[in-house]
Design a binder for this molecule. Structure first.
Ligand code: GAP
Length: 611
């Protein structure tokens, strides 16, 4: 099977996209893995800059979704045995629609082809026959060779990577397609850890694997990806979250109803309004949409290029009752960054059914309750000869009936159904006993609310939304306006001349000792050093010059405006910490310290090398 090339979405600025991907490769953000061997589609390596950015994203997610919410984090294996995926439904239903070109053998994701050609935004939920008709009606051709795809069958293709656990043929296992399953399968232990108290949340950040039919658009659709997922276990009859903290968070929503009405533009609202209007049905889902919206903005996602779109019927995954996707606008297209799903009791009920009873928690009543329990003891010496091989099943049905509907046993006979056959049982052959007991609680299967984030796509979005091309001092400049909290390097330190090298190196050592990611650069003129740092998104540059020896001050330059201020070396640690944490912005420094140059950003400080 060969894979199709990545088509650019309509409206995309292909040149800018290509320049961004080229920058990512050249400056060590991300590149195709094992390029010397021809690579393998859908596998990317994060280079030094990309790995630092990705790590910052993961740490920020951990701080917000685990630590700040009081949720715990686990680290489970990426390989799980087959029965887990039989229970979870992934073996049967984790499929995408595949169509292969008979001429060149290229495989395509059939629903994506239809979305690219027909006037349909979401084709994922359509049945294969309808996709086949759309391919025929719209005369969809193979993007690789141009041959007509009309008449080619559209088939389900399971996305899981299979492996064998143990030597020889081993026992079948799969690379996890979502980190979530590692949490669900160990629910009994995790519930014990949480002392059975709902709600409780478990997070996991790690790799997941999907054998995508057509990986495309660099790290936006890969076969090995990183997810950051929270599985929040809630009582189906319990209260919702305290919305106060996010009630005013702004949301740009596109509901399923609006989409069915032909709407494609989101409307602006708040978490509180969305809950009051019933647009978002589950308060936990609304809460995490609010948290996600604020968090994305704090990371540097452009709020005007972010929306939350509800899945329409047919689009939802097999486990979801409701789902809202966070989508960012990238290259003129909307890209799914995360999903906040209400998974109902699907996961725990399935594992309870396939594994054991412990996939539930014991809910204590406020006050003990007195209840009557009816039990039956069928006389097998009568049932055996009458019902033969079905006698045990008939007895089981009678016991189930006693728990469900005990009054039916009051008559002279009762009807039970086994494998579609009705049996009339004489109640004289069944001893019925009723016992009054005091119960302190009951077993309930928690529901799951799942905010599930893709890390790779967020890294790409941050780069795309931060990408700038402008002109400084008549020279074309490319920069990444990354937020200081996630930028791979917080500051670069330059000696202006050889005479300041020792002092600059001492400053670097001091800043690194404080835990800042700092670069030292003494090669080329200062202007070129600034350009190198601008291109990888370093927010601040510190220049040590002859005046530093005299008055103990250095120049601190802001990447976005190129503005520079003169600050004492002794204040650097506190200032950089405040700038990184968002406690101060550069404008406030310009108000406090002497501005160097004309201070309007267009003319950076004079320097011998020239900027
Ligand atoms: N546990 C739920 C779940 O896995 P999903 O919508 O299939 O939900 C969650 O995946 C997120 O993972 C997506 O919103 C997306 O950001 C990311 N993701 C999924 N498939 C991906 C792929 N092939 N490449 C990159 N990111 C992907």
């Amino acid at each position: 099977m060969t894979e199709n090339p990545a088509p650019a979405p309509e409206g995309a600025d292909v040149d800018v996209r290509e320049r961004l991907v080229e920058l990512a490769k050249r400056r060590g953000f991300f590149f195709r893995t094992a390029g010397a061997y021809g690579g393998a589609a859908g596998f990317y390596t994060f280079g030094p800059e990309g790995a630092a950015l990705k790590r910052a994203v993961e740490n920020a997610w951990r701080d917000r979704f685990a630590v700040a919410e009081g949720n715990v984090e686990i680290d489970a294996p990426t390989v799980l045995p087959e029965p887990v995926f039989e229970a979870s439904g992934h073996l049967d239903t984790f499929d995408d629609m595949l169509v292969e070109c008979a001429d060149c053998g290229t495989s395509h994701r059939a629903d994506h082809l239809v979305e690219d050609h027909a006037d349909i935004e979401e084709a994922e939920g359509l049945p294969p026959e309808e996709i086949e008709s759309l391919i025929r009606d719209d005369e969809v051709a193979c993007p690789a060779c141009g041959a007509a795809l009309s008449g080619e069958p559209v088939e389900d293709f399971n996305l899981m990577f299979e492996t064998a656990i143990g030597p020889g043929s081993g026992s079948p296992g799969y690379l996890r397609p979502e980190t979530a399953q590692g949490i669900f399968v160990d629910f009994p232990r995790l519930a014990e850890y949480a002392r059975g108290q709902l709600p409780f949340g478990v997070t996991q950040i790690g790799r997941a694997y999907r054998n995508e039919i057509s990986p495309r658009r660099s790290i936006l659709r890969v076969r090995e990806l990183t997810q950051a997922e929270l599985e929040l276990f809630v009582d189906p009859e319990g209260g919702g979250p305290d919305l106060a903290g996010v009630a005013d968070a702004e949301l740009r929503l596109l509901s399923a109803e609006a989409q069915l009405d032909g709407e494609s533009e989101p409307y602006e609202t708040t978490v509180r309004e969305a809950v009051d209007a019933g647009t978002v049905g589950n308060e936990w889902v609304a809460y995490y949409l609010g948290v996600a919206s604020e968090w994305y903005e704090s990371m540097g996602v452009d709020p005007d290029r972010l929306r939350f779109r509800q899945h329409v019927a047919g689009e939802r995954a097999h486990y979801a009752v409701d789902c809202w996707d966070a989508e960012s606008e990238v290259d003129g297209d909307w890209v799914e960054l995360a999903g906040v799903a209400d998974r109902g009791d699907y996961d725990l009920s399935k594992h309870r059914e396939h594994a054991d009873e412990r996939f539930s928690v014991f809910r204590q009543y406020d006050e003990a309750r007195t209840v009557e329990r009816t039990d039956v003891d069928p006389d097998m010496s009568e049932l055996g000869p009458r019902y033969g091989g079905d006698a045990e099943a008939v007895a089981d049905e009678l016991r189930a009936l006693a728990g469900r509907d005990p009054e039916t046993l009051d008559g002279e006979s009762v009807t039970v159904t086994v494998d579609g056959t009705d049996y009339q049982v004489d109640t004289g052959h069944v001893e019925v006993t009723t016992e009054t007991t005091t119960e302190t609680g009951e077993h309930v299967v928690p529901h799951v609310i799942e905010p599930s984030f893709g890390v790779d796509r967020l890294v790409y979005t941050l780069l795309d939304h931060a990408y700038r091309e402008d002109e400084v001092e008549g020279e074309r400049r490319t920069s990444l306006a990354l937020d200081p909290s996630v930028a791979p390097t917080l500051a670069a330190v330059f000696p202006l001349t050889d005479g300041e090298r020792d002092r600059a190196e001492a400053i670097v050592a001091e800043l690194r000792a404080e835990g800042f990611a700092v670069e030292y650069d003494d090669s080329g003129n200062i202007g070129r050093r600034y350009r190198r740092q601008d291109e990888v998104g370093t927010p601040f540059c510190v220049t040590v010059d002859p005046d530093t020896h005299a008055d103990g001050t250095v120049t601190l330059r802001d990447r976005n405006t190129t503005e520079q201020v003169r600050v004492p070396v002794d204040a650097l640690v506190a200032l950089l910490a405040a700038l990184r944490n968002g406690d101060r912005d550069f404008a406030s420094l310009a108000a406090e310290y002497p501005v160097v140059g004309d201070g309007d950003g267009s003319a950076p400080a004079p320097d011998p090398g020239g900027e």
